[in-house]
Design a protein around this ligand. Structure first.
Ligand SMILES: [Zn+2]
Length: 690
């Protein structure tokens, strides 16, 4: 069987570069040879190879062992991973309508394949047998993690349930997926159906020209005179900050806050309640007291109690400062002639003016210190100072677009670590934003270390014929952030691809990225490369201080706001009985203790809280703050010992960056830091504690 398969692959391989051994440096994808028509046949072949690999595991007549079942599963599907990584990565970075169509065609095939594995009772039987004898096996910590992850992956998909319960599980999952889609559609419909139509030019007072232009363009698109403001955040946010007309701010605020809360066909109150109750049912079916306990089992934070304690601690630390910040804005507003009670639709408006009065700096002036070429050198230099890494451009490595540059990455001992692609500029066919991704994960097979292929994709300001690419400070921080993810991917030193690199618990994955952002405001570091692109002058200290001060502006208020989202999320997902009270009173009970501004009747947050009701952040919103606490706490050690201290860096590499998900993140973290993280460093960094 396997011999025949190999032969047929060989035949196709002559024509299809995706199916032959990549004859390139480091076996990188042969982008120059891959054509659209190669994807589907390659994917079909790769799926069939993977199916045979799975069948071989299931049909093994030997008793299930860690090696012949758990390890074999991790080893399976490598060809499929190669092909689908190329397809999906290019669909984000360099796509066109044909490639998009291929993805649409490919996705159900891949879903079917993974369902066939996850729901394969014979396969699960073998996995379970290994799991049940785990205490008698001599496994390394990494092997224990792999066994645990594999087993729990099956169980969380309902593999361990009786036939009757499996049916229930499927029914709940089906209803949940319908409801979450409906939830999202309602938010979209309500966001899109509203428009603030302005016909009197005086009502534009205070707005920046870019927003006025966008509003005029939107009006034109809708066939209207004048200007139209929508509820899309890029319009809503600036309007609330800058519009002098208070009545219009109120109108827009109300329109935003009562989306999906008006009792019309797009109302999400019943849906949100039903989603929360169904998730409880699902968790109960799987043997958990509530949904959060189920989710957090695979998180660094581990339990709802710990998350709640964490959030409460931060609330206590943020609330007094937030109250002072509100007072400061109120006083400032009075100085500006404001009378009456400061409402929520006044908050951004006066805050923005106060921030400008206190910490304004010129973004354009700042950009002159961040020329892209110098920033690249600076980022590489940081990796060199910390980890001894060197980056060697290699023009022989094929790339998928002429803008992309490929590097070989070596560590201080000369060991080859990774291939790294950098792809900076926007173009048609590239998605917005910035991300790190991999074309191949790292793993070991028969003693051979397969090194990863990592990529950073961004949409930075392009150079012109008059000016080089000058990055905004935000773009520079973004680069450091994604580069941190890339280090996690490149310095990984694991045995199993499902645990290597960034394959870690979700509330741990932002530590390597966010810790890098701390360097962005370290003068000692900036002085090494952040020089004026024309005069060569170093970035002035006052400018750096203004960045820090403006970033920490209203730290208490913003912290509280994030915490509010996290607390509301936890409240919905720690219910142990179905919620029967209405969504609004449920929400108000949870959030009232955090209010520093007067509540507004007729508005509700839960009904548009897509992160938790529609997306994958259920019982996970706390993760944003958790990651901040981690990166501040970890960077504190660098601050203490020197930001380029090699010993600290070496320990961060050994205990965090190289270890992927091979052990529990708290274990890894404690090994680096000597103790569990505390909130102190974050409070200090954000100015909440002196
Ligand atoms: Zn990130």
């Amino acid at each position: 069987m396997l011999v025949l398969l190999a032969v047929s692959c060989q035949e196709k391989a002559d024509k299809n570069p995706l199916l032959s051994k990549f004859d390139t440096p480091y076996q990188t994808p042969p982008f120059d040879k891959i054509k659209h028509e190669h994807y589907m046949p390659a994917l079909d072949s790769a799926i069939s190879v993977a199916r045979h690999e799975i069948d071989a595991i299931v049909n093994n007549t030997e008793e299930p062992t860690f090696e012949n079942t758990i390890e074999a599963l991790d080893r399976s599907g490598k060809l499929l991973a190669d092909v689908s990584n190329i397809l999906f990565n290019l669909n984000e970075a360099e796509t066109d309508s044909v490639l998009q169509q291929i993805v649409i065609e490919a996705s159900p095939k891949l879903t079917d394949f993974s369902n066939d594995i996850n729901l394969n009772p014979e396969l699960f039987k073998r996995v379970k047998e290994v799991w049940e004898k785990r205490d008698s096996l001599t496994l390394t910590a990494e092997q224990q993690m792999l066994l645990d992850k594999t087993y729990k992956g099956f169980v969380s998909n309902g593999a361990n349930l009786s036939e009757a319960d499996k049916e229930k599980y499927r029914a709940i999952s089906r209803e949940l997926s319908e409801l979450t889609v409906k939830f999202n559609q309602n938010v979209l419909a309500e966001t899109n159906s509203y428009k603030l139509h302005i016909t009197n030019e005086a009502d534009l007072a205070g707005l920046p020209q870019s927003l006025i232009d966008a509003a005029a363009y939107t009006a034109k698109q809708k066939g209207l005179e004048g200007w139209v403001i929508t509820l899309d955040y890029p319009m809503y946010g600036p309007f609330m900050k800058y519009a002098d007309n208070r009545e219009l701010r109120k109108q827009l605020y109300m329109a935003y806050g009562n989306r999906c809360f008006k009792g019309n066909e797009y109302d999400n109150q019943k849906i949100a309640q039903r989603i929360a109750n169904l998730r409880l049912e699902l968790a109960n079916l799987l043997g958990y007291p509530n949904f959060a306990t189920f989710v957090l089992e695979n998180r660094m934070a581990e339990t709802p109690e710990r998350v709640n304690q964490f959030l409460d601690q931060l609330v206590a630390a943020s609330l007094p400062t937030a109250r002072e910040e509100v007072k400061e804005v109120e006083e400032f507003a009075r100085q500006q002639g404001f009378k009456g009670k400061l409402e929520r639709w006044d908050w951004s408006y006066y805050s923005e003016k106060l921030k400008n009065a206190k910490y304004s700096y010129n973004e354009e002036e700042l950009k002159l210190y961040f020329q892209l070429e110098k920033v690249i050198d600076g980022v590489f230099l940081l990796a060199n100072k910390l980890y001894g890494l060197t980056f060697l451009p290699n023009g022989k490595i094929p790339v998928y677009h002429p803008d992309v540059k490929a590097y070989e990455v070596y560590d201080g001992s000369g060991r080859f670590m990774s291939v790294l692609y950098l792809d900076f500029f926007p173009r048609e066919g590239k998605s917005g934003g910035a991300w790190m991704t991999s074309f191949r994960s790292q793993y070991r097979e028969n003693g051979k270390d397969i090194r990863p292929i990592v990529s950073i994709v961004t949409n930075f300001t392009k150079p012109t014929d008059k000016q080089p690419s000058l990055l905004t400070f935000y773009e520079f921080s973004t680069f450091l952030h994604e580069f941190g993810h890339a280090l996690h991917g490149m310095l990984t030193d694991c045995n199993y691809s499902s645990l290597s690199g960034t394959s870690v618990y979700r509330d741990f994955v932002e530590l390597p990225s966010q810790i890098m952002e701390n360097f962005a405001v370290e003068k000692e570091y900036l002085d090494l490369f952040a020089v004026h692109y024309q005069t060569g002058e170093k970035i002035p200290q006052e400018l750096v201080q203004k960045i820090i001060d403006s970033r920490n502006f209203q730290a208490g208020y913003f912290s509280l706001r994030q915490l509010g989202f996290g607390i509301l999320d936890m409240a919905w997902h720690t219910i142990t009985k179905p919620v029967t009270e209405d969504v609004d009173s449920f929400e108000k009970k949870v959030l009232n203790p955090l209010d520093v501004l007067p509540p507004v009747k007729g508005t509700n947050m839960s009904v548009t809280f897509g992160h938790i009701f529609e997306g994958g952040y259920a019982a996970g919103y706390y993760g944003y703050k958790w990651a901040e606490v981690l990166d501040a706490d970890a960077f504190e050690l660098f601050k203490e010992k020197g930001i380029f201290n090699r010993e600290v860096a070496q320990s961060f590499r050994e205990n965090i960056l190289s270890r992927g998900g091979s052990e529990h993140p708290m274990t890894l973290y404690k090994r680096f830091r000597g103790q569990e993280p505390t909130i102190d460093a974050l409070l200090k960094r954000s100015g909440l504690k002196k």
